[in-house]
Design a protein around this ligand. Sequence first.
Ligand SMILES: [Zn+2]
Length: 343
Amino acid sequence: MARVGARQESRTILTSRRRNVQALVIDRDAPDGIRFVPDYPQPGPAPGEVLLRVRLAGICATDLQLVRGYMGFAGVPGHEFVGRVETGPPTLQGRRVVAEINCVPPGSPADTLDVRKHAPDRTVLGIQGRDGAFAEFVTVPAENCHVVPDGISDVQAVFVEPLAAACQVVRDCPQRGEDRVAVLGSGRLGILCAQVLALHGPHVDVLGRNPRTLDLCRRLALRAGHVDEVPPGATYDIVVECTGSPEGLRRALRLVRPRGTVVLKSTYAGAERLDLAPAVVNEVRIFGSRCGPFDEALDLLRRGRVQVEPLVTARYPLARGVEAFRAAASPEHIKVLLEPPAA
Ligand SMILES: [Zn+2]
């Protein structure tokens, strides 16, 4: 990928010295763990990076965990977003893009997703060592950017990152035709995972607690039920754990059949004591699954194979971001979006 020209870079750095921008910043001393900063320094792109003006961003469970101390992150959170390239190579200049979140230094040999997401020297957008997208501007390596086709709206594009994570479940754990699959958790990520899994096999159940999200699942033609109403002895070949709570793995181990597979998608702050003996006795395969292929997610959205707009329950200006975080944490809401001021 072409680098940003030296003259362009120095101009950006000068600009960044002058400009302050709106941002949300993790602050453990703030009552909500996060606060709105009206005059945050605008980021300047390093060599090989682009400067993006954020158009729309989404709050996810990881962000809610970050304000509770997950990863010990300090700075601007936000990793699900769509932006326009303000400063970048000619192939990207002015384009609407989404960006993969695992960032490696330019020239690094980490040239595939699987290598980038485990590179020891990586930073992760809005999660680890790098400011994220809950701001007017964000910088990312140019090679992380994917151009968003015109047929995909900004709202849809915000879902590319979590939808890619949902696609990764199928990559990590391919279903066989008749496999019975349970998605544990009917929240943001659970609904996306279930929609992707349902494209690959007919037996997908979403098991959750929130009547509102279970109802949405049914409107999206997914089979959904209350997790406490699963008949005793029901066992699944694959259980995808998307609850966002430590209880999820314990529950998953009760639902999976002997020699079945549990896929863990939740991350959360704090440690949990867990009896793993059932996993040994039942010879359960457990594996973690994180970021996934953006091109597949963009393709699913472009072809209308996955519905994401019905998940959006509120949209807040960035300046009301603290309120937006409160909404995102409440069971009344599913996906809450943040909108920075327009250019
Ligand atoms: Zn996320």
